[in-house]
Write a protein that binds this ligand. Sequence first.
Ligand code: AMP
Ligand code: GLY
Length: 461
Amino acid sequence: MHSIPSQVWAFRLSALSAIRGLTLISPNPYPYSFYMKVLVIGGGGREHALVWKLRQSPRVTEIVCAPGNGGISADATCVSVDQKKLDSMVELAEKVHPDITVVGPELPLQLGVVDEFNRRGWPVFGPTRAAAQLETSKSFAKEFMQRHRIPTAHYAICTSQADVKAALSRFSAPVVVKADGLAAGKGVVMCKAKDEAMTAAVEMLSGKMVGEAGARVVIEECLQGDEISFLVLSDGERVAALVAAQDHKRVDDGDTGPNTGGMGAYSFPALLDEQMTQWLLHHVAQPVVDGMKAEGAEYKGILYCGLMMTARGPMVLEFNCRFGDPETQPILMRMDSDLLEAIEASIEGRVSDGDFRWSSDATVCVVMASGGYPGTIAVGKQITGIDDAQKVSGVKVFHAGTSARDGSYYTSGGRVLGVTARAPDLKSAVDRAYEATAKIRFDGVHYRTDIAARALNTIKK
Ligand code: AMP
Ligand code: GLY
């Protein structure tokens, strides 16, 4: 059915015999395919990185990405899908017949795409709707953390103005107000004063700010420290850590301006040492997976733990039930092992420490955004210089919001490109990323010039 790339012949026999041996010990409930057609759902920079990495697997013969974007169409067959409709994703899979489906964004997970595909016996990577509540309901996540003694900020859950008033009397400013549901990055307000918090909470509860997602709000103490994105792969029982990354959430240099989906991220070995990685596995990731299993909602897939490293120790700010964007770009660029194998290990319940091999290189992703992002933006601006940027050593330009027309790329979203560089040390990775970024142009372009700057300063001291 699929054509076989020549480089895979060499180890085909040994791999097949190893697998035959394994099935005696651990029977696989899914029909086994060695060569895989993969369906990736989503169309941002994270999905471009997933497609790019999956293409490196000698077992992947074809990738379909839905909906994908202009840049992804150079690496995969892009087809349209309505990610807000479960039926649309099921119909697509019926047509495409993927051997495995990888879900990028949170919305399809909230809709239950994994439950639906599982029901039909289709291999799919990610948590079920019930397990995804760790991201889709902040009040669920906070109460879950309290039940399982996972370190997090003090909080109160409110459903009325009277609740908010009572809760605020127990907090001191500054405080953080969060909408309970998914709000595309617009559901968290940092408030310097309590009256500001009251206004934000009331606006959320009224439905004006983020609709239904604000029907419940969480009031939280404001934590101070460095943020880290710590991701693990889970098979419902075991976890394996990915290398950590740091995101840059605010739109402007020096962490100023409004919060965004992420303006850049980097990863390098010194970001999280082995001792802290083990601590986080034992005190955060494993208790989450154990707790979800005990509560009847087994957690499979990527568990993204957003952490604040405070003076009281690491505290969970949020969970995401998927790969982060833009963290995935620098994380996957450091992955030397086969992503497909890790995904299969999660689906088939055999995650182990050995699922990943990582490079000791540093990686840096600079997000190039449309002017006005995260507010109102203009689209359709022609982008030039991508080929030149990719001539810089170690650089790959991931597309987040682009469309392709007549051999050119045009902007089509808030975050447009993720210029990602790999180098033996952080300083060189930063230099390469910015050398490449400077070659790309489009009207109104905005990017931060200080991605990884704080880490570089710390190294110098
Ligand atoms: P969340 O979606 O909950 O991760 O919040 C988005 C961003 O808001 C986080 O990445 C932090 O930068 C900030 N944030 C959230 N909760 C807190 C908190 N309790 N203290 C300080 N900053 C926070
Ligand atoms: N970069 C943060 C997120 O993916 O939610």
